[in-house]
Design a protein around this ligand. Structure first.
Ligand code: GRF
Length: 211
């Protein structure tokens, strides 16, 4: 089983979807070993506590130097022998060194069909507002590998969602989460874990015990 860390900044509904998938036996090749938030007030930390998952806050505001923030985050990942990092509503930009260190082992979920409505400045409701302003008839969600450019890494999976005439950014966000994100992320995490296992790149050789 691979060790998974889920990085969050807010409500954590995608984290919850992963927790439910694990309970339902849909996450067979990996286990959520750690939740990290870059905001102490993130509700996702309560979801982690309620499910007995170790959690840490690496408060972005407490670090004036982004490299210090990355080092503190990396230490948490190393201490928990993390094999796969999942960015699920994580808003802080990670530095090149950290991202390169987890090349092929860091994935992100984005609430649009990349390459539409993605990149710097496109997050949360802004994505859905832009989709509605453009008048697209279909949007959705994408899970992709993380590289040094926001939302640019190789796409793993996508799921479309129809836009309704009467949609608001809030109603569209909710439906994209429910009809796409919460279904797509557990599937993508399982697939990536299998890929890493087959490639023999996991579990992390430093990890004690392991199978
Ligand atoms: C999700 O829409 C995700 O795609 C985006 O941020 C939102 C976070 O939602 N990156 P939650 O914290 O998982 O509820």
């Amino acid at each position: 089983m691979l060790n998974i860390a889920v990085l969050i900044s807010g409500s954590g509904t995608n984290l919850q979807a992963l927790i439910e998938a694990e309970k339902e036996g849909k996450l067979r090749s990996g286990a959520i070993r750690l939740v990290i938030s870059d905001r102490p007030e993130a509700y996702g930390l309560i979801r982690a506590a309620e499910n007995g998952i170790p959690a840490a806050t690496v408060d972005r505001k407490a670090f004036s130097d982004p490299e210090e923030f990355d080092l503190a985050l990396e230490e948490q990942l190393r201490n928990h022998h993390i094999d796969l990092v999942v960015l699920a509503g994580f808003l802080s930009i990670l530095g090149k060194e950290l991202v390169r260190g987890y090349d092929g082992r860091m994935i992100n979920i984005h609430p649009s069909l990349i390459p539409a409505f993605c990149g710097e400045g496109y997050y949360g409701l802004k994505v859905h507002r832009a989709a509605l302003e453009k008048g697209v008839k279909v949007t959705g969600a994408t899970v992709h590998y993380v590289n040094e450019i926001a939302d640019d890494g190789r796409i793993i999976m996508q799921k479309p969602v129809e836009v309704r005439e009467d949609d608001t950014p809030e109603s569209l966000q909710r439906r994209v989460m429910k009809e796409a994100e919460w279904i797509l992320l557990p599937k993508a995490v399982e697939e990536v874990c299998m890929t890493l296992m087959n490639r023999g790149t996991g579990p992390n050789p430093e990890k004690k015990g392991g199978v």
